[in-house]
Design a protein around this ligand. Structure first.
Ligand SMILES: Cc1cc2nc3c(=O)[nH]c(=O)nc-3n(C[C@H](O)[C@H](O)[C@H](O)COP(=O)(O)OP(=O)(O)OC[C@H]3O[C@@H](n4cnc5c(N)ncnc54)[C@H](O)[C@@H]3O)c2cc1C
Length: 378
């Protein structure tokens, strides 16, 4: 008999949630993490992550988001911690742009409460924003932010309470699967289980070579700048945002935990990196790029730098997630390619991956996220 029912490889956002959902179902689970339980080498650090319902990327995400919100609230109850802060969210850009149009489409299709306004009205309501008045802005009251490090820890603490075993600072070197069983070799030992779930973030393609070119790490940098008018940048005054402007898409948050307006640019400097070699120390070019954005659209938030942090996205070719079983090994499930917008979904993806590992299928509609969509046309 294998020692474990399921091994979860990687305990970042997705792996910690998967571990919890498996353990609460009474399965014998082992979680393996190559770094510390809380670390800054992957994708889930940096104090806050946006959660929003008016999903401009594609309306198919909205039903998953509804379940994600429920599960985050449940996690708060179980852990006794506040993990999700509601600020409202703004999706803004040119009238015909993908952010505004996509958010509007998701809101209309799913009957989400929302308001549409121009840049001038947005400034009157939330004075930290100084967008050109012709910009179209969709405000959605349920948007907000999560505390990723605390969420990951909460999932692991609750998994522990259901008997999960967790080994940190134990990198997985290789794995194999045959005849309904899997084995995993780490720097410290060899383990067997019935199933394996790979949640390795930027290292996904290292562990599953079939993901080569489909889960590509990219360097990002975030800034926290001291606001000249801190009252405009408090969580009750500044909704989180996604903003499409001339030189790309930006996202941002109110000041929280660090006295700084926090924001970043999607696909920052377009730097594809090796996750073991990526430059972690932010550079003057990173800061200049971000500061120019704040000066223009959030001038009251563009004061002295409080903090800069590098982080990694893992991009799929179409920027949608990969949730599937391994093409050759049905014992292995894969969660990868979250393309810079996955954190808000960790709670529900943990549930989905637990379903795929235990039952081979899930009640959630994950057809859109299958690996087979990338197969070459015949
Ligand atoms: C700067 C930035 C801002 C973002 N903002 C948002 C946002 O506002 N909202 C949102 O929804 N999403 C956001 N995202 C995206 C979101 O954070 C990610 O999609 C999510 O964190 C991915 O989680 P993961 O579990 O796949 O990866 P990770 O959290 O990186 O976890 C992977 C884990 O696997 C471990 N691992 C890898 N290889 C091995 C091995 N061989 N052995 C053992 N362990 C291994 C790693 O150490 C790591 O802990 C942002 C991402 C970044 C980088």
């Amino acid at each position: 008999m294998p020692a474990y029912d399921v091994i979860v490889l990687g305990l970042g956002g997705m792996g910690s949630a998967t571990l919890f959902h498996l353990a609460r179902r009474g399965l014998r689970v082992l979680g393996l993490e190559r770094f510390d339980l809380v670390h800054e080498h992957g994708s889930s650090h940096g104090l806050t992550r946006i959660i929003r319902l008016a999903y401009w990327e594609h309306p198919t995400y909205v039903s998953l988001l509804r379940r994600a919100y429920q599960l985050w609230r449940e996690l708060e109850e179980l852990s006794g911690e506040r993990l999700l802060h509601v600020t409202g969210s703004v999706d803004a850009g040119p009238a015909g742009g993908s952010v505004f149009q996509g958010a509007l489409r998701s809101s209309e299709l799913h009957g989400l409460p929302h308001e549409v306004m121009d840049g001038a009205e947005l400034h009157r309501r939330f004075p930290g924003y100084r967008l050109p008045s012709e910009m179209r802005c969709l405000y959605q009251p349920e948007g907000g932010f999560l505390l990723p490090e605390r969420c990951n820890v909460a999932h692991v603490v609750l998994a522990h309470s259901h008997g999960a075993e967790v080994h940190c600072r134990e990198p997985v070197l290789e794995w194999g699967a045959t005849g309904g069983r899997v084995w995993v070799r780490t720097t410290r030992g060899r383990y067997e289980a019935g199933r394996l779930v790979v949640c390795a973030g930027p290292w996904a393609a290292r562990l599953v070579p079939e993901l080569g070119g489909l889960a590509v790490p990219e360097r990002q940098v975030l800034a926290w700048l001291q606001p000249a008018r801190p009252e405009y940048f408090r969580p009750d005054a500044l909704p989180v945002f996604n903003l499409e402007v001339e030189d790309g898409r930006y996202y941002g948050f109110p000041s929280f935990l660090v006295p700084g307006f926090k924001f970043g640019k999607y696909h920052h400097r377009g730097e594809v990196v090796d996750p073991d070699e990526a430059r972690r120390e932010p550079e003057p070019e990173d800061e200049d790029l971000l500061r120019a954005f704040a000066r223009r659209y959030f001038p009251d938030g563009a004061g002295p730098t409080m903090m800069l942090k590098a982080c990694l996205f893992t991009n799929s070719p179409d920027r949608h997630f990969i949730l599937d079983r391994h093409p050759d090994h049905p014992e292995v499930a894969i969660a990868a390619g979250f393309s810079g917008h996955g954190y808000k979904f960790c709670s529900v993806i943990g549930e989905i991956m637990a379903d795929l590992a235990r039952d081979g299928r899930t009640r959630h509609d994950v057809e859109f996220f299958r690996l087979t969509r990338f197969a070459a046309a015949p």
